[in-house]
Design a protein around this ligand. Structure first.
Ligand code: NAD
Ligand code: UD1
Length: 370
């Protein structure tokens, strides 16, 4: 049986694909490359020594999904594909609802038709909104997101709850990530944001490498120990371990299961800057600017449910997260080559008459006869 990874060429997905291959799973990736490069999968192949089956296509393409789910004998779907820029979601809300919500519905329809009922969904701590009581456990109320990205995650969670209630064959994990950071320790795969990063750690590392002049710290008047925002940063390698653990539990547990994937430990923006300076041994110039719209003061996880039910807890500390981010950034100052940025709009529309399937190895991608 084979695992389908949607969005598997992206930041978290590529680390997941590598870990799945290492764990002995057969994997098929589907990604439309709207925010990724095929290069990430070539590097996964280099690290694993195995070919990666990659289908360049869109999760909104129902006929493509029907073909993939049947022909590759898929047993589980890990669903990372989606758009994730908060700012862009404010200016292009329809693209976010169409891609993230409608895309997931199409995926679930195709899974239903193919008799595949195990799904792990990438949700986000953003669904808790502006909560005041920390740490956040899974039964904390969900909030009112101020942007279409956050809404799309909440809407998908609701769709998946209703689906599982309608049919007991479904086993679904809603994994609420806190703030994923870091990279594979090889420095070969990592996060390659297109344009100027909006997240803290990619921004700091681009300042440290000299691509950006100065970090803007969004507010130093929050009710936190040093006045700057506090977040629960989690190493991407720990995050993907959490998915493996969730898959194991889902294999004999039905219904919808919600698990926070965080460390339980919060760090402020200034703590992150100092830790980065310490690891990279260079100065990270910063200036304090007004708060960013929509930001919250502090957010960190109660990660004890995942520890009890999944037998998983994050192992890597802040210095590992930063050292691995810095190694990736120093070795790939411009990220991956060939990164496209097109909100998922592909030339030629969504429906591919002939699936574009590639067997990717470390040196090239060969198109499979289809
Ligand atoms: P990413 O942009 O690197 O990866 C998403 C991948 O999905 C990209 O490779 C993109 O090309 C692909 N994609 C997008 N729309 C698609 C479509 N319609 N069909 C096929 N492929 C499509 O993002 P990431 O950081 O790896 O995030 C993965 C998932 O985790 C996303 O759903 C994201 O919302 C969620 N998440 C991420 C974070 C974070 O901070 N990185 C936090 C919480 C949740
Ligand atoms: C942001 C998104 C959230 C998304 C998450 C992961 C917003 C409001 N929230 O969360 O929906 O799930 O990314 O993709 O955008 N900071 C600076 N300067 C910067 C960048 C960030 O001071 O240049 C601060 C922020 O104010 C915050 C902390 O760093 O206190 C972390 O910010 P960021 O990495 O953007 O993550 P979140 O805001 O937690």
């Amino acid at each position: 049986m084979t695992i389908l990874v949607t969005g598997g060429a992206g930041y978290i997905g590529s680390h997941m694909v590598l870990r799945l291959i290492e764990a002995g799973h057969e994997v098929v990736v589907i990604d439309n490359l709207c925010n990724a490069s095929r290069e990430s999968l070539e590097r996964v192949s280099q690290l694993s020594g195995k070919e990666v089956t990659f289908i360049e296509g869109d999760i909104r393409d129902r006929s493509l999904l029907d073909y993939v789910l049947a022909d590759f004998e898929i047993s589980d779907v890990l669903h990372f594909a989606g758009l994730k820029s908060v700012g862009e979601s404010v200016s292009e809300p329809l693209a976010y609802f169409e891609n993230n919500v409608a895309g997931t519905i199409t995926l679930c329809q195709a899974m239903t038709a193919a008799g595949v009922h195990r799904l792990v969904f990438s949700s986000s701590a953003t669904v808790y909104g502006d909560a005041t009581r920390m740490p956040l456990s899974e039964n904390a109320p969900t909030g009112q997101p101020t942007n279409a990205y956050g809404h799309s995650k909440l809407m998908v969670e609701e769709v998946l709850r209703k689906l599982a209630r309608s049919d007991p064959r479904w086993s679904i994990a809603l994994l609420r990530y806190f703030n994923p950071v870091g990279a594979h320790p090889s420095g070969l795969i990592g996060e390659a944001p297109s344009g100027t990063p909006s997240n803290l750690l990619p921004f700091i590392s681009q300042v440290a490498i000299g691509r950006l002049p100065v970090l803007s710290v969004f507010g130093d008047d929050y009710p936190t120990p040093d006045g700057t925002g506090v977040r629960d940063y989690i190493h991407v390698m720990d995050l993907v371990e959490g998915h493996l653990a969730a898959m194991r539990v889902l294999s004999d547990r039905a219904g919808v299961n919600v698990w926070n994937l965080g460390t339980g430990q919060g760090y402020s923006v200034l703590e992150m800057v100092r830790a980065f300076e310490h690891v990279a041994q260079r100065e990270v110039p910063y200036r304090i600017v007004p708060r960013r719209d929509g930001d919250i003061a502090a957010c960190w996880a109660d990660a004890s449910l995942a520890e009890r039910e999944l037998g998983w807890r994050a192992q890597r500390g802040l210095l590992d997260m930063i050292a691995d981010t810095w190694r990736w950034q120093s070795r790939n100052p411009e990220g991956y080559p060939r990164l496209r940025n097109s909100l998922g709009r592909q030339s030629g529309g969504l429906t591919s008459a002939l699936p574009r399937i590639y067997l990717i190895d470390k040196t090239h991608a060969s198109r499979m006869a289809s």
